[in-house]
Design a protein around this ligand. Sequence first.
Ligand code: ADP
Ligand code: TRP
Length: 320
Amino acid sequence: MRILSGIQPSGSLHLGNYFGMMQRAISWQEKGEAIYFIADYHALTSLQDPSSLRRNVLEVARAFLACGLDPDRATLFRQSDVPWVVELAWLLSCCTPVGLLERCHSYKDKIARGLPASHALFSYPVLMAADILLYQAEMVPVGKDQKQHLEITRDIAAKFNQRFGPVFRIPEPDIQPDVAVVPGIDGQKMSKSYGNTVEIFADPEEITTRVMAIKTDSTPVEAPKPVEGSILASLYKLVSSPEEYQEWVASMRRGGIGYATYKKELAAKILGYFAPIRERYRQLGEKPSYVEEVLAQGAERARKLARPTLEMARRAAGLD
Ligand code: ADP
Ligand code: TRP
């Protein structure tokens, strides 16, 4: 089984990225041929500051390694180290109806948030399809917000195959229902662009401050607290054992404890959960050349995997 996913180097890793994508992606390395990349071409649609882009790419690579990616089992590379993906995106563009892209929620959301409506932003899903199809991925672990992009990838692959012959495998999304959407401190989807994140590599004080700012209702201390829809409970569930979560829920239902106490407990739990990952991240910070080496080795492997598919697609389309 070949598993592939990508993440944009557009900011620091938060709980939503970790539980929605990274943890799941890394757990796949035990079960199949895992391929992960840092989507720097995609990031250019919204991040146009070269030194931040360079820095963020290395930071995401370091985060992947800290979270447990094993470079001997999985391939980790920088998207732009395999520029063939852009050529494939062009071939796929020729089989992509504009209507398909016009329906994209992610594009509409980004425009609504004020990003300039560039051609790259509009064709973002075609490049994403190329990422997936170039490596003949079968399984793509992502958060729920990427579901539509996966559907578009499947559509484009089917159209290309229909017109030019069976070149591409049709990939499946892998979306874990219980952590499909991790809420941010304001209750919306946790996202860098909403400024509502809890970053897993921030200072402990910063993490605690963010958790203390989680939105709660005005239930008095002595009264039972609603669990359904509670941001605190949703986040606690991610970082605790099932027994601890049961206890927490029972305590909320009993009442008698104020939200501040729950928040402190959650902050401590988050720090405990991520302690080993944060320590590895710190250590990797002292070995930047190791991180570069992993990316270089990953790029070499990725190019080997990509080349036969690109050649097949070119030949099928008559470009040989
Ligand atoms: P952001 O919304 O912060 O910009 P990205 O779009 O870079 O995050 O997402 C990277 C990966 O993390 C994607 O697979 C995405 O589905 C997942 N992800 C991001 N935010 C969440 C969230 N709040 N809940 C679940 N998964 C998420
Ligand atoms: N669009 C994805 C995101 O914002 C990142 C991404 C780019 C990706 N190419 C991909 C994810 C291919 C999975 C497969 O999170």
